[in-house]
Ligand binder design. Structure first.
Ligand code: ADP
Ligand code: MG
Ligand code: ZN
Length: 571
């Protein structure tokens, strides 16, 4: 590439930031922004998104175009960036709620008089009336160079971290149509990408997609039996003394898990939005500063945490979709050294997530629920797959890859068996029980019937007389519960959380009963699975190998995007 924009950009990269060369798509993204076009940038965490707007900001300032405004959701994020910029001599400031009136006025005055190159602010500030007036004055003088919208997935309700204050950002296009905008995020599937472009009204936006692969992260998913104990075993076996993050769904579980880990000799701290601000800050600081601390946290913890040597991210509960899973696991191994993403997952996770989506109390529309269900199903499929997890994960983001050799399924190919016939037995058992008793029962009772166990409950309901009594004695309890979980994941069984997780036939039961949908399961041992087991690791790729993997959104992915858009228009 040899456009004037490119040589200016390279000059700034080397002279100001002291780096010899651009990484991956940076050069193209930067040149495109310098030339004044909108763009959506997807690059994994640590990929180098900041330079993608910082260099255009500097170049456009030099061209006399004025100020670049960076929208960023967290004060901590802004601070880090501003400090780093100031250190290399770039005039940058941030506006946030911790500044008093005089300080804020002083920052604004600097910006007004053309002394600033970059101004960072939170979305609610940027869209506030006074700030809009301030921007309008600059705009009239041709002194607004660029808008950069960091963590842009927050604008989409399909993303995993929707922030309503991002919604107002469409204002920027309406009020300042001549100012180019750059939206950046580390995670967005096809639906979310489309949504970002639409919500922000990006114009003829180029979409730059880097490879989502994090080759040094080894993915594994274990079947939940006693999750906490499995976690402890995993940490003790694989990560003694390492820094790690353990994600739990509820605040209560965060606290209990931290306590329990500490009791078992692991240095752990809790973090969730319900803790007092100073305590949260203290825990976060300790996590960043010390080595080998484990943070048990809700998803409130993580955005903007730039700790390079997090050696593992564990999920005790399943996230709500692949984007969330990818974002959270992406916090491991930012230094490029081997790291683990570990998740324990079971029937209760599936039921829980489904229940939250279907919750009649929630204001979500049916179309919204449908998208959420599809997104959850994609994660379930990833958790259940007997093939390479990375292939699965990357395919979700529109990327084709070969089996990785560095995930549990690649390292220890699971044995599988044809569970189609067993699935039919199970479904007919559910149906017969309900026919006979008029009510639904839970998994344990159904398994007793299938395995022909004459428990008091079986006797009491006369279920020993059913034709399905004992037809599944050939399989163990764990195999049956795995099958139940898979069928719930596939919607062939619906678990009613409101009545003790009783099981009924779901909309997809017909296809399974008809035998038109073959089902393969991994062979479950009757003993609970190991916490993890030692995994041989592949050598992580070097960063240059990773750069070589940077890809642009190819034609096939574009097509998929189109069909998704059409599908969304329908729902
Ligand atoms: P992201 O926002 O995508 O998570 P950052 O912008 O914070 O990533 O960049 C991550 C790290 O990579 C930073 O330390 C940054 O200085 C470094 N970096 C970015 N681009 C380059 C480059 N072209 N050459 C060398 N280092 C780079
Ligand atoms: Mg960033
Ligand atoms: Zn693999």
């Amino acid at each position: 590439m040899s456009s004037p924009a490119f040589s200016q950009a390279l000059h700034v990269l080397q002279q100001v930031f002291g780096y010899p060369a651009f990484r991956g798509l940076q050069a193209e993204i930067i040149a495109n922004a310098i030339d004044g076009h909108d763009a959506l940038v997807l690059m994994p965490t640590g990929g180098g998104k900041s330079l993608c707007y910082q260099i255009p900001a500097i170049v456009r300032q030099q061209q006399g175009r004025g100020l670049t405004v960076v929208v960023s959701p967290l004060i901590a994020l802004m601070h880090d960036q501003v400090r780093a910029l100031q250190q290399v001599g770039v005039a940058a400031q941030c506006l946030h709620s911790a500044l008093d009136f005089a300080q804020a006025q002083s920052v604004l005055a600097q910006a007004r008089s053309g002394q600033l190159t970059l101004l960072y602010a939170a979305p609610e500030r940027v869209t506030s009336a006074p700030f809009q007036d301030f921007l309008a004055a600059l705009y009239q003088r041709g002194q607004l160079a660029l808008f950069a919208i960091d963590e842009a997935h927050c604008v989409s309700q399909w993303g995993h971290d929707f922030r309503p204050e991002y919604r107002q950002l469409a204002l920027l296009h309406e009020r300042f149509p001549q100012v180019p905008r750059l939206a950046l995020t580390a995670t967005a599937d096809a639906v979310t990408r489309e949504d970002i472009i639409e919500r922000l009204q990006l114009q003829q936006a180029q979409c730059y997609v880097s490879s989502f692969d994090r080759p040094n992260i080894c993915y594994h998913v274990v079947e939940k039996s006693d999750a906490r104990r499995q976690l402890l075993r995993f940490i003790e076996d694989e990560h003694e003394g390492d820094a790690g993050i353990v994600y739990c769904q509820s605040r209560k579980k965060v606290e209990e898990t931290a306590e329990w880990l500490v009791q078992n000799g692991i240095d752990a701290l809790p973090y969730h939005a319900g803790l007092p601000a100073d305590e949260r800050q203290r825990h976060q600081d300790r996590f960043l500063r010390e080595e080998g601390l484990v943070m048990t946290a809700t998803i409130a913890f993580g955005m903007g945490i730039d700790k390079p040597d997090v050696r593992f991210v564990a999920h005790l509960d399943m996230p709500k979709n692949i984007e969330g899973y990818y974002q959270e696991t992406g916090r491991a191994g930012r230094d490029g050294l081997p790291a683990d993403a570990w998740m324990a997952y079971g029937l209760a996770d599936v039921v829980n997530q489904r229940r939250m989506i279907d919750d009649p109390q929630s204001p979500a529309s049916e179309a919204h629920r449908q998208v959420m269900r599809a997104k959850l199903d994609a994660l379930l499929a990833m958790a259940e797959t007997t093939e390479c997890r990375r292939v699965h994960l990357l395919a979700y983001f529109g990327e084709h890859s070969e089996p990785c050799g560095n995930c549990d399924n690649c390292l220890f190919p699971p044995e599988t068996w044809d569970a189609t016939e067993a699935a039919r037995k199970l479904l007919s058992c559910i149906w017969r029980v309900q026919q006979k008793s008029g009510i639904a029962f839970g998994a344990g009772h159904l398994i007793d019937i299938l395995r022909g166990k004459p428990t008091p409950k079986v006797e009491q309901h006369g279920h020993a007389q059913l034709s399905t009594f004992g037809i599944g004695a050939d399989l163990g309890e764990r195999q049956w519960s795995t099958l139940i979980r898979q069928l719930v994941a596939r919607d062939a069984i619906v678990a009613d959380a409101a009545s003790f997780n009783t099981l009924r036939l779901g909309p997809a039961a017909k296809a399974v009963l008809a035998g038109t949908q073959p089902i393969r399961l991994r062979v479950a041992s009757e003993k609970p699975a190991r916490g993890n087991g030692s995994l041989r690791r592949a050598t992580p790729s070097t960063s240059s190998a990773r750069d070589a993997q940077l890809v642009q959104l190819d034609a096939a992915a574009r097509q998929r995007l189109q069909s998704l858009k059409a599908w969304r228009a329908e729902v």
